[in-house]
Design a protein around this ligand. Sequence first.
Ligand SMILES: [Zn+2]
Length: 353
Amino acid sequence: MNRAVITLPLSPRKYYELARFTVPIIGNELASVLGANFYLAINALDSYHNRQKDLEEYLKVYASFKLDGQIWLDKLHQEELLDLVNKLISKGFIEERKIKSYTCACGIIDMEEKNLATMNPNKKDFIMQDGKIFCPHCKTICTLAQKDALVMNYAKIKNPQVTFMPDYLNKDAKTFKNMLNNSYQVISRTRNTGISITYQHKNYHIDIDFLWGLYLLLFKEPEKVVICGNHEMYQLYLVGLLEKSLREESKTILVGTPFLTGLNALPSSISSEEQLLIKKIGILMNIKWPRKEKEYEDSIFKGIAKLPLEKKRELLYNLKEEIKVHQSLEKDLATAMKRFNMQEQLRILKRGK
Ligand SMILES: [Zn+2]
């Protein structure tokens, strides 16, 4: 197949929450309609915690949803990802710079001085007191020092245009573009992240999020859709942009799914085919693409529950049926997204298509 739908690498944490499976369920459905391979990408590399147990539990629940496709695990691709880092070095995208940054004793705080003023106050992971910066983990004062670091220079990407769907998300893209396109990002860390490379005889620890951020370059399908919840648009933008560094011609489409609040009132466990269909279809039919956030509607789940098993099966089949005549990826994706409409699906079901 020439097409792939790939999730942004998801964290396997909180596998007991149903919301953790919305992106795979939507991605799998879109892949089926588009005639694309589906990949559940998982971020299990973590320099702080061992995610093995979470990963096993997540995969168990995932298997119960019976989604077809392949699992792509970042930690099984470390070598290839490091090869990409070296390629970015040889092409001049990654370079060494002197930067001034704040660091603490445990190494969790490692931030460039110039970013301090523009940092989102809600996302700050340090404590500011009497004009000094403290680490909330090791409680030490962060010290400012100049050091050598590796940076990814986004200004060198020739064709940085990326496409988001639904269209309203392109406003976010513009914000990110202004932040990054003529700028750089520090990609090395003072602490040992477990991943290191040699740059001109010097050893650097590489930031894990940067490393897996290169993953799109490892997929061979020329037409790609990358999907994640719309709370992670910045990461989504970054993977799209990073792909452009070594694949200028890429036309990857980045999809942000609406955030369904309250969904975790339902457990992620599945015990029968009935339940499986109710949860899968219930999630798909709760999605309203033009909305960024939406309270999930239990009435939709209940409405599906009332349908006879045969009708539930038929409904899911209709939702997943591949488009007969393929057009451009963007057009086909728009068609696929339009299927998320309960009234329309019930009409089709009544017609007995
Ligand atoms: Zn610390």
